[in-house]
Design a protein around this ligand. Structure first.
Ligand code: TRP
Length: 324
């Protein structure tokens, strides 16, 4: 008996080189303070831990963004219109995307773009099964650089770049600006950007969100060292580093650190890196914006903020920005 054919979305893959990654890691560890790129969080384990973070009681971002999307989905659908191509940058969590896929009018295609290939393929397959009438065209790429869009069978009326989760905050203001410029390019003429942006607020709420009681964020942060051990010949002792998250008022960002609990030397690909006690590696920043700050950054990339939706507690915003 033959099994029914399961549609496997065809993957577009961009070559990322392991040598480049290693060079980037070594360069980051030579800086003071030491830094590692958050892109190294998201291997299979990291992506799964991240999904867990989004369900934590302290982590208000995902829950709040979802409630905003649910409440205003009718208005969002009307603004986007029919036959759009939805291009999601960093398509980690698919819950928010599901709301859009369920409601958008005759979508031409859904194009999830993610650096974590395995996670991407699994998510794209699940969505293709769930939404058989939508063409799912995954792209495995580092979306900070321009990439080629796959050609849907149906010609889209407009491209909607979707960037939820306040992932924009994980880029420095300069890099965020550059990323918005890539989005401007990928949105093409007549396109738009639908983006989730976390807002500036009380420091205790912010720090709690990144220092959860169950220690999931700590595991997520430390997973980066495990990954360096496994994939880049490093010998980090995970019991000698601790997770810490602090809000810096002046740049307006949460910083995630891995703090060395003793004086130690770590080898990475044959190179030595020394840590004094309390020296740290900065693994991620999460910038928070006021509405004015974000509008200004979007404007410089060529977008004009058209509609902003905010929850009653003013924790989070979802913004629809038109390509000028
Ligand atoms: N962009 C979200 C944020 O900054 C999600 C996120 C990215 C995150 N990396 C994280 C959340 C690490 C917690 C820990 O909040």
């Amino acid at each position: 008996m033959s099994e029914p054919a399961i549609p496997t979305p065809e993957l577009t893959e961009q070559d990322g080189s392991k040598a480049d990654d290693l060079a980037e890691i070594l360069q980051g560890l030579r800086q003071s303070p030491k830094v590692l790129s958050p892109k190294f969080f998201y291997d299979e384990v990291g992506s799964q831990l991240f999904e867990k973070i989004t369900e934590l009681p302290e982590y208000y971002l995902t829950r709040t963004e979802l409630s905003i999307m649910r409440k205003h989905i009718g208005e969002i659908v009307n603004l986007i219109g029919p036959h759009a191509s939805l291009i999601e940058f960093g398509s980690g969590s698919s819950m928010k995307t599901r709301i859009l896929l369920e409601h958008l009018d005759r979508l031409a295609a859904y194009v999830p773009v993610d650096i974590s290939r395995d996670h991407l393929v699994a998510a794209a397959e699940a969505l293709a099964l769930e939404f058989p009438h939508i063409e799912v065209l995954p792209v495995a790429a580092d979306f900070t650089q321009p990439f080629d869009l796959p050609q849907p069978g149906v010609m889209p009326l407009r491209n909607i770049v979707y960037f939820p989760g306040s992932t924009i905050g994980n880029f420095s203001p300069g890099a965020a600006q550059a990323l918005l410029e890539v989005m401007y390019q990928e949105a093409k003429e007549g396109g738009a950007l639908l983006i989730g942006v976390d807002l500036k607020k009380d420091k205790t709420i912010l720090e709690r969100a990144y220092n959860d009681g169950a220690g999931v964020t700590a595991r997520f942060n430390l997973n980066m060292l495990r990954r360096l051990n496994n994939e880049f010949s490093a010998n980090f002792d995970l019991s000698r580093f601790e997770h810490r998250a602090v809000y810096q008022e002046s740049p307006g960002r949460i910083e995630m650190h891995l703090v060395s609990t003793c004086s130690q030397t770590v080898r990475v690909a044959g190179k030595d890196f020394h840590f004094e006690e309390n020296d740290f590696i900065r693994t991620e920043c999460s910038h928070k914006y006021t509405l004015e700050e974000f509008a200004e950054m979007a404007r410089r990339a060529g977008f004009v903020v058209h509609t902003v939706w905010i929850d009653p507690e003013r924790l989070f915003s979802v913004q629809y920005c038109l390509r000028e």
